[in-house]
Design a protein around this ligand. Structure first.
Ligand SMILES: Cc1cc2nc3c(=O)[nH]c(=O)nc-3n(C[C@H](O)[C@H](O)[C@H](O)COP(=O)(O)OP(=O)(O)OC[C@H]3O[C@@H](n4cnc5c(N)ncnc54)[C@H](O)[C@@H]3O)c2cc1C
Length: 400
């Protein structure tokens, strides 16, 4: 049994801890913030490949109880034209389809479930350093405490401290030229079918909304923004000026965006988008990376959380079947790198369509209209949804 220190109690960290506990290891979860996960962002849609990976851990019913079915999406243009409607992957053999969940609900439920199953979790523990010998690792935290383990897994997200520890020259995340915003609207009646995600490539803004079973409208928007905004740039956009600015951008579209934005009480203030095309070093000795720390994808893939889940389950398989920690981390990279980098690349392509210039927009709308006349078998997102992990199959290690 290995004592596995996990930095980061987000999606990857909590599920890795649950999966490692399941296979007989002793995971310990260290999360920089407190349990509540207040303000960790609005909502996300979990794809069927991620939901399927939860099955052997018995987590699928829990996650499904938090969200609502989101089986299909529509794509349209700012001129009001609806281009296509297609399933968001799946359904799985038991009928499960994509789920839309509040991010904070998901984090809290996974952390609570980890604790309920006996995973020791410490909140308010920000990892700041780690050293390793041939027999173990020592992690250091911002509160100057230390702890020892056999292995350290960095599940500490886009701005990972563990990534810098194993590779001080690791690249910074890449700015994707989009700002994110969104919100929840109550009291506005739309005649759309609940659970269908409607996405519109507008003249200036990409806008998506879905109606929850209780009638609330959950929405997000991506606003093109060429240069990476600094914190002070973002500060100038925040506050009461953000709503009229957003309304100006969506008003020329023949879509629901303007009425939804107008009816929203609290609009999320804008934040910048990043991805990671490649992180050269995923592990060194007994320290490895997982989730966004290793390979963040732009939200346009709709796969970041599912990649974190697939990673967590694969990492547990590797540490179940390969006794040497360094060899297990190598096996993990062999199993995961090609897939996640393909997903990040697809997310980038999806995101590029959201931020064209004025000429690019006309070209995009023309080609998108043509491309979507093809049968749905050509959907370039399909490979993301169809991936399955065989939990029972042992991990084979190639000789190092
Ligand atoms: C706007 C937006 C929309 C998105 N929409 C979707 C979507 O619809 N579908 C989808 O699948 N994905 C989506 N994603 C991506 C998804 O949220 C991420 O890929 C996913 O959360 C990654 O999980 P993670 O556990 O690796 O990282 P995180 O969820 O970021 O968790 C990292 C955790 O580590 C903690 N931490 C950080 N540093 C330290 C430290 N030094 N010590 C200890 N703890 C630390 C953090 O507090 C956090 O709890 C979206 C992302 C964004 C930004």
């Amino acid at each position: 049994m290995a004592r596995v220190l996990i930095a980061g109690g987000g999606i990857a960290g909590a599920i890795t801890a649950i999966a490692l506990h399941e296979v007989g290891h002793e995971p310990v979860l260290y999360e920089a913030y407190d349990r509540s996960a207040e303000g960790v962002g609005a909502f996300l849609t979990l794809a069927v490949n991620g939901l399927d990976a939860l099955t052997p851990l018995g987590l699928k019913p829990l996650v499904k109880s938090l969200g609502f079915d989101t089986p299909r999406m529509t794509l349209g243009l700012g001129n009001g034209r609806r281009l296509t409607e297609f399933p968001l992957g799946g359904p799985l053999p038991d009928g499960t389809v994509s789920q839309t969940v509040l991010r904070s609900d998901l984090y809290v439920a996974l952390r609570d479930e980890a604790a309920r199953r006996g995973v020791h979790t410490e909140f308010g523990k920000r990892l700041t350093g780690a050293t390793q010998t041939s027999s173990g690792v020592t992690a250091t935290f911002a509160d100057r405490t230390k702890t020892d383990g056999d292995l350290l897994i960095g599940a500490d997200g886009l701005r990972s401290a563990v990534r810098r520890i194993i590779d001080p020259s690791a690249p910074a995340p890449r700015y994707v030229p989009l700002l994110n915003t969104g919100g929840f609207t109550r009291g506005l009646k739309l005649d759309d079918e609940p659970g269908v995600l409607h996405m519109v490539f507008g003249h200036k803004v990409f806008f998506a909304h879905v109606i929850a079973p209780d009638g609330a409208i959950w929405w997000f928007a991506n606003v093109p923004h060429a240069a990476e905004p600094t914190e002070s740039d973002l500060a100038t956009m925040r506050g009461p000026g953000w709503r009229p600015r957003l309304l100006d951008l969506v008003r020329s579209d023949r879509a629901r965006a303007a009425e939804i934005v107008e009816a929203t009480e609290t609009i999320y203030e804008p934040w910048a988008t990043y991805d990671f095309p490649t992180v050269p070093v995923w592990h060194r000795g007994r320290i490895g990376l997982i989730g966004d720390a290793a390979h963040a994808t732009s939200p346009a893939a709709g796969q970041g959380a599912s990649m974190a889940i697939e990673d967590a389950v694969t990492m547990a398989k590797c540490l179940r079947d390969v006794s040497d920690p360094a060899a297990a981390l190598t096996a993990f990279e062999t199993l995961r790198r090609e897939r996640v980098e393909a997903v990040v690349a697809q997310g980038k392509r999806n995101g590029d369509a959201k931020a064209p210039g004025p000429v690019g927009r006309v070209i995009r709308d023309f080609f998108m209209t043509r491309a979507l006349r093809k049968p749905s078998g050509d959907d370039p997102n399909r490979f993301m949804w169809e991936h399955r992990i065989d939990w029972a199959a042992p991990v084979a290690v190639s000789p190092v």
